[in-house]
Design a protein around this ligand. Structure first.
Ligand code: HEC
Length: 238
């Protein structure tokens, strides 16, 4: 068990060095293919680590990497925030140094004319900003984890449902220009959409529903099961 952990960490570190050094000398231009190598998935999430694929990528895609903003097609200001290499390069992310990273500066800007995402989109929440800060402080790695113990017995709105919606949906479904007029900014709005069957249908990619999150990867099985359980329990505000 111990050896496996060491091997996985060593692999992660070398993958990181590889990606990071290739970024420095060989910036990824618009026409270049993405890194084919995927780092190994860490089994069992460490609660003190912020994982890029689990938390940062969905948040950046839904809040910034949407069509008309920082998707590869629009690339406002040359910034693309839909994949790891582009986020590091065009967001000018300096591993370990959030205060010197353009991406972090943009989301914490006080001046609403410069702040990202710009109004009428709401600013990122304090919790989301803190996650991004911590991820950069921890080396801005291209990491991912998978939990083997999916808790589906003690599902609550604040514990499981709201964090997923915040990360993967809120960027498009809040504010005055919410996609399809669907608002998911608080418990009652989410419970309302849940009651129509569209919440579950869209995240499960059921036939007859538009697959969500749009532009991002499908929620994992644990997240979908937890949301389903919460709806079955009557979508409580707990
Ligand atoms: C990048 C923007 C974006 C993100 C992120 C996003 N949505 Fe959507 N959503 C849309 C758009 C656009 C539509 C309208 C699609 C259409 O009608 O073709 C939509 C439609 C929907 C619908 C109606 C679907 C139907 O078939 O009636 C639901 C429900 C929904 N979204 C929920 C969610 C949930 C839950 C998440 C997060 C897991 C999410 N969305 C993430 C943009 C987004």
């Amino acid at each position: 068990m111990m050896n496996k952990g060491i091997v996985i960490s060593a692999l992660l570190i070398s993958a990181f060095i590889l990606i990071f050094s290739s970024c420095k000398h060989d910036p990824v231009g618009p026409g270049k293919p993405e890194e084919p190598e995927e780092p190994p998935i860490v089994i069992d999430c460490d609660p003190d680590t912020v994982y890029f694929k689990n938390e940062i990528l969905p948040l950046l895609i839904t809040s910034c990497g949407v069509i008309g903003c920082h998707d590869p097609g629009t690339a406002s200001d040359g910034v693309v925030l839909t994949d790891y290499a582009s986020i590091i390069n065009t967001g000018d992310v300096r591993p370990g140094e959030p205060d010197k990273s353009d991406l972090y500066e943009a989301i914490t800007e006080d001046d609403p004319r410069k702040r990202m995402p710009p109004p009428p989109k709401p600013a990122l929440t304090a919790g989301q900003i803190a996650k991004i800060r911590k991820w950069i402080q921890q080396g801005a790695k291209n990491n991912e984890c998978e939990s083997n113990n999916c808790d589906t017995t003690n599902v609550t709105f604040t514990g499981q449902v709201w964090p997923v919606i915040q990360n993967s949906c809120l960027g498009c479904h809040s504010g005055s220009q919410a996609s399809a007029g669907i608002l998911l900014s608080n418990h009652s709005q989410i419970a309302q959409v849940a009651s129509t069957g569209r919440l579950l249908g869209s995240i499960r990619h059921d036939v007859g529903f538009v697959a969500m999150p749009q532009g991002g990867s499908k929620l994992n099985e644990c997240q979908i099961t937890q949301i389903k359980k919460w709806i079955e329990n009557g979508s409580p505000n707990n």
